[in-house]
Write a protein that binds this ligand. Sequence first.
Ligand code: PDD
Length: 367
Amino acid sequence: MENKTVYLNGHYLPLSEAKVSVLDRGFLFGDGIYEVMPSYSGHLFHFQDHIQRLENSLAGIRLDNPHTREQWQEILSPLLDRSIDQYIYLQITRGVASKRDHAFPDGIPPTVFAMCSKMVPFAGLNQGVKAISMDDTRWGFCNIKAITLLGNILHRQAAVDQGCAEALLVKDGYLIEGAASNVFAVIDGVLCTPPKSNDILPGITRDVILELARKNDITYREEKIPFAALENASEIWVTSSTREIIAVVELDSKPVSDGKPGPVWKTMNQIFQVYKQSLIMSEQTFFEFPCEFPVKAMGKADIELDVLVLEIVRRHAPDVKADAVKTRLSKDGNFIAITVIIEATSKKQLDAIYQDLTDHPDVKMAL
Ligand code: PDD
C-alpha cells in the first residue's frame, strides 16, 4: 500500500497511521457524505462547484459544515502535487458517538478525512466501453453524495460481472444515470441528459459539459429520456470526475450505432481537454515579464478567425505583426486553432486579451 500523506481531523499523517474509531458513525451507519474533485497539475477543477455540492450534501443530512471554503482550500492544498493529475477524496461523517444509536448524537465533532490519488487516464477512452441497463434500486436522495453507496456498488458490480464498465440505471421507464456517473445520449442529433432531481447526483462534469455545449453551439436538452428512446440514440456517454467523458459503444450486448465512439463525443472530448488546459493556464502566475507568450484561440473554421483574433490581440499588444499568427485546422476540418505569439508585458495585459477573446461569441475557447 502506498504510504502517502493524508489529512485526518486537523493532522497530516501517513496513510498507514490514519485511524478512525469503530464507533465512527460512518463505519456503523454509513452516516456521512463525500466529494471527489479532480486536480489537474495542482489546480483544483471547479473547486467552488464541488464545495457548493459538499455544502448541499451536508445540509441534506443535517450536518453542520465544519469549515469555510477558504479553510477547505487550505486543508486540501498540501495534498496536491503540481507534477501530476490527481483526484481528492474528501469525506465527512457525523463523528464518533459513545454508543450505537440511530438518532443523531449531541455535541460531537465530525470526522474529516481527505486523501489524494493519482488520476490515470481511463484505459478504454478511445475505444469506448460496454454497459448494461438495470432497474434503479437505490434510495430517494441520490442528489446527496452520501457515503452509503451499497446500491451503487451492487449495480456497478453487476456490470463488472458481465464484462461491462457501467450499469445504466432506469426508473419508471426513464434513464436516470450510471452507477457512478451521469449519462448523456445523442438522439436525433441533439445532446440529451436527464434533468436534475432527487434521482440523480448533480455531476460537476455534467454541468461543465452542458456549459461547453452552450458555448460551442452544440444543441442540447436537459429532459427526461425514456429508456426505449436509446434504441434510436446515435451516441451514449457516461461522465464523471475520475473518468471524464466515456462513450458507451455497446448497451445490453447491442452496439450503439456502429459500435464506435461517435463524432459528438470526439468533439466534446476535445473541447473538454482544451478547456482543462485553459483553466490551468489562466491560474498560472509564474511568468516573468516581459516574455514571449502564445495566445491561443479556437473557433469554427467557417469564419475569418485569424483576422478577428489578431484584431482583439492588437487592442492590448499594438505592435504584434501579422506574421506572428499561426493557424491549425482540426482533423475533421470543423474547427480552427489560432496562435498569436506576443511579447507580453504583464499578467494584466494577458488577462485583458483573454477576457476580450472569451467575451466574443465567435471565440469558442481561449487560452
Ligand atoms: N462519482 N452520479 C453518481 C452516482 C456518481 O457517483 C458520480 C461520480 C457522478 C458524476 O459526478 P461528477 O461529475 O461530479 O464526478 C454521477 C464519483 C467519481 C465517485 O463516487 O467516485
